[in-house]
Ligand binder design. Structure first.
Ligand code: NCD
Length: 310
């Protein structure tokens, strides 16, 4: 199935077969991502990274992915130094940047911004997070991490924990997990529960999501704890944030209740939701998960840009 020229705005843009294709190619990218093998598959191609919100992993792993493929990246300066500070619209910025590059990676605080950018760009646009909307490439690397760990996604019990309202990674992931037959439980304090639209979508896809606020109800059964940060910057009222800050904390005492092969995942950055003592245990998968962003994004770029065969 051809990906060439495709925008990746929402995880719904990809079929199950296409996701499998990305994950299969990502497996083959691992030695290149680690710098053990070299390729010039993207020689002469340029990726433009447009990040209007903070990022460490997503931006740098896209950059690393493009460089590992032998391509180059254009990095924008701080938003305050760009023409948007003079009142330029996102649409105009995109119209310019597409003439300087072959693919645009966009992170923006407004939901729907990536869809808008895709409309104005003839080059592929990859959504690297649009407000509380979607984060499809994070989902691909999350699926990759689970598949590598368990050899499958089907039937795996995944508890999504924390800020399910404002956290965009869990919106894309809940749908994709359902597509692959995983069983999802949404663990959040009531004000931060999964948006109704996502719950309905999961149900429409045949999933039977459980909703709870109690971690104790899921800890014994779960195969994956997918923990998220409370998205402080998206709370309209700081007092509301204070009420839920620090509501869950994963530590070794809690993990004593869990299955021996449970894995703890987190898109990172973490604040205080996973105690550092967990880092050294067999459960901790979040740093490996962050590395997986490189081979997965390499695979996606290769498919979207139609680079030379490896
Ligand atoms: C996440 C994001 O930006 O949505 N980070 C990431 O891309 N790995 C999660 C977060 O900010 O909490």
């Amino acid at each position: 199935m051809s990906f060439k020229g495709m925008d990746i705005v929402s995880i719904r843009d990809l079929s199950r077969e296409q996701i499998d294709q990305v994950l299969d190619l990502a497996e083959r990218m691992i030695p290149y991502a680690k710098g053990e093998l070299f390729t010039k598959a993207m020689d002469g191609r340029i990726l433009a990274n447009l990040f209007f919100e903070p990022s460490t992993r997503t931006r740098m792993s896209f950059e690393s992915a493009m460089l590992r493929l032998g391509g180059k990246t254009l990095e924008m300066s701080h938003p305050s130094m760009m023409s948007i500070a003079k009142g330029e619209t996102l649409a105009d910025t995109i119209r310019m940047v597409e003439t300087y590059s072959d693919v645009i990676v966009l992170r923006h605080p407004h939901e729907g911004s990536a869809r808008l950018a895709a409309k104005f760009s003839t080059k592929p646009v990859i959504n690297a997070g649009d407000g509380a909307g979607q984060h499809p490439t994070q989902t691909l690397l999350d699926l990759f991490t689970i598949r590598r760990q368990f050899g499958r996604i089907d039937g795996i019990k995944v508890a999504l924990v924390g800020d399910l309202k404002y956290g965009r990674t869990v919106h894309s992931l809940a749908e994709a997990l359902t597509l692959f037959g995983a069983e999802v439980t949404f663990v959040a304090p009531p004000p931060l529960q999964m948006p109704r639209e996502t719950v309905r979508q999961v149900e429409k896809m045949g999933g039977k999501p459980k909703l709870t606020s109690k971690l104790e109800e899921v800890i014994k059964e779960a195969d994956v704890l997918y923990v998220t940060r409370i998205q402080k910057e998206r709370f309209p009222d700081p007092a509301e944030y204070q009420k839920v800050a620090g509501c869950y904390r994963i530590d070794n005492t809690l993990l004593r209740e869990a299955k021996g092969d449970l894995i703890v995942m987190h898109p990172l950055p973490r604040v205080d939701e996973i105690a550092p003592e967990v880092d050294g245990t067999r459960h901790a998968k979040y740093f490996e998960q962050a590395f997986n962003g490189v081979p997965v994004r390499m695979a996606l770029l290769q498919l979207v840009l139609g680079g030379d065969q490896l």
